[in-house]
Design a protein around this ligand. Structure first.
Ligand code: 5GP
Length: 182
């Protein structure tokens, strides 16, 4: 699939991300102190770098599991349909669950994920999202922990892709289409 030509303008540096992840991990560790049942659920694929960095800073015993649901595909428009592409390996019944998401945009994905996981009778579900675009919200969902609030831009890097590219950028950048042929 061909994509229009674009440039990436740095929005959040790798250093700023690392500092924020450390601060989030401190808050999360304090919140869950005393629980030995935390399951950290990463939403694939965009959260894979964030979850890897976050769990290494947590001062808790955790299990890590992954859930993949369908989302944007190769387009920048949000799909409202959410299907499970890869389910959790473990049971979450009676467990404390922390869902780790890359971006909360319209909120549809998170709302669906929370309702799917909610039917499995976890003890409690909280959400930690790296990025939040509050101006784009269409449904009322909230993450207890948010890394950064960002404006309405299409972002890539630190695990987040555009047409499966740019996940390996160490920082987060905004995609700017240049209109030139690639
Ligand atoms: P929502 O359902 O909240 O509209 O969208 C959530 C999902 O859409 C995110 O987990 C992410 O996969 C994708 N998404 C939202 N905004 C962006 C963006 O700026 N860049 C990329 N690559 N994906 C995004």
């Amino acid at each position: 699939m061909t994509t229009p030509a674009y440039r990436i303008d740095e929005l959040i540096s790798a250093k700023a991300i690392a500092a924020r992840v450390e601060a989030l991990a401190r808050e999360i560790s304090a919140f869950y102190r005393g629980t030995d049942k935390l399951v950290v659920v990463g939403l694939l694929r965009g959260s894979f770098i964030f979850i890897a960095d976050l769990v290494r800073e947590l001062n808790l015993a955790v299990e890590v599991d992954f859930l993949e649901v369908s989302s944007y595909g190769n387009s920048t428009e949000s799909s409202r349909e959410v299907r499970i592409l890869k389910d959790l390996r473990g049971e979450i019944e009676g467990r404390d669950v922390l869902v780790v998401e890359d971006i909360v945009d319209t909120g549809h994905t998170l709302r669906h994920v929370l309702s799917i996981l909610g039917t499995r009778n976890p003890k409690r579900i909280e959400v930690c999202a790296l990025l939040d675009k509050p101006s784009r919200r269409e449904v009322d969902v909230k993450a207890r922990w948010i890394g950064f609030e960002i404006p309405d831009a299409f972002v890539v890097g630190y695990g987040i892709d555009y047409a499966q590219r740019n996940r390996n950028l160490p920082h987060i950048g905004a995609v700017r289409f240049t209109g030139e042929p690639e």
